[in-house]
Design a protein around this ligand. Structure first.
Ligand SMILES: [Zn+2]
Length: 338
């Protein structure tokens, strides 16, 4: 039996999304700074193996490995002529993994990140060029068969509006999930509050609004609560990173453990979030812990900030940062992510 359309399914209860792709690719030995999206063409089996791990961990939404697959970011690697192929392959890899699993209940979310350059008037890229880049990537993802578009790690209201317009122009009814990232002061890098972001996304006509990456689960629970009050009729998505990464002996370490994510999964569900999952620094173990969370009793432990693991007796989750979340808080375009 065919699965219900994503937005119908969300009315029945929360869906579990996957975690980081870039973190896992880096753990497999790939160096930072390379183009991870290109792997859809050059090493699809590696990308598929990570999707499969998230599927086995219980994820019901798998994101395509296309976060940076737009003309602007691919141009940095001289790959802009392969934008369409990279996005097509990204969808095909996820579809292949889902079909091989026999699962009927898994959705493909086409990941779309910011362009990696500021748009006028903040930057020099014109709105027309930005629209053309988004439309090219988004049209490819839609025509390749994604169940929804996942606009993630955005911080510019104008930029996300352009992406949403491109999506609606290609297919008016495509489900659009739009997730913003926030800095330590609970504002975007451009200084917009959660209230303003939620108002903007609601008026822009997104189907699901939410938060991702940022400084970890506790912060995003707080921000998502604000967004929900502003837009109570819209489903909410929460996909935090594994806390704020710190340099430890020359490498980046994410502090939040899978158990910590499991505890917060309960809090996200209690808030009413309809899509929960992970971002930078999260692994299949985090997603599995979130999957198993409904059976747990313990409420999430509150702690100041997300810099430290909630239980100091646990070893920090020593993952190398692939995408340097500090890029998400700097006034610079985000290049790598996932
Ligand atoms: Zn992230």
């Amino acid at each position: 039996m065919a699965k219900p359309a994503l937005l119908e399914r969300l009315k029945r209860g929360p869906l579990l999304a996957d975690g980081a792709m870039g973190t896992m690719l880096h753990q497999s030995g790939l160096r930072l700074g390379r183009c991870f999206d290109e792997l859809n063409l050059t090493d699809p089996h590696l990308v598929a193996s990570i999707h499969r791990q998230y599927l086995n961990a219980g994820a019901e939404i798998i994101e395509t490995n296309t976060f940076s697959a737009n003309d602007f970011k691919l141009q940095q690697f001289n790959l802009q002529r392969q934008t369409i192929e990279i996005n097509e392959a990204g969808v095909e890899i996820v579809r292949g993994v889902i079909e091989a699993s026999g699962r009927q209940d898994v959705y493909i979310a086409g990941s779309v990140g910011p362009l990696g350059t500021w748009i006028a008037p903040i930057g020099r890229v014109t709105e027309e060029r930005a629209y053309a880049a988004f439309r090219k990537q988004i049209a490819t993802l839609i025509y390749s068969g994604v169940d929804a578009l996942l606009l993630e790690t955005f911080s510019d209201l104008n930029e996300v509006s352009i992406a949403i317009r491109a999506a609606r122009d290609v297919r008016p009814a495509v489900p659009v999930i739009a997730n913003f990232s926030f800095t330590r002061d609970d504002c975007t890098v451009l200084g917009d509050s959660a209230t303003r972001v939620a108002q903007h996304l609601a008026s822009a006509g997104v189907n699901v609004l939410g938060v991702n990456c940022s400084i970890g689960p506790a912060q995003l629970l707080r921000i998502a609560g604000v967004m929900q009050q502003v837009a109570p009729d819209l489903p909410l998505a929460i996909l935090p990173n594994a806390g704020f990464p710190e340099q430890v002996r020359g490498r980046m370490v994410y502090p939040a453990s899978p158990d910590y994510f499991g505890e917060y999964a309960l809090a996200f569900a209690e808030l009413g979030a309809r899509i929960i999952g992970g971002c930078c620094g999260t692994t299949p173990a985090h997603i599995q812990a979130m999957r198993e969370a409904p059976g747990r009793r313990s409420p999430p432990a509150c702690h100041a900030g997300e810099r430290a693991a909630p239980r100091r007796t646990e070893r920090p989750n020593a993952l190398r940062a692939t995408d340097r979340a500090r890029m998400h808080v700097a006034r610079r375009p985000i290049r790598d992510h996932g």
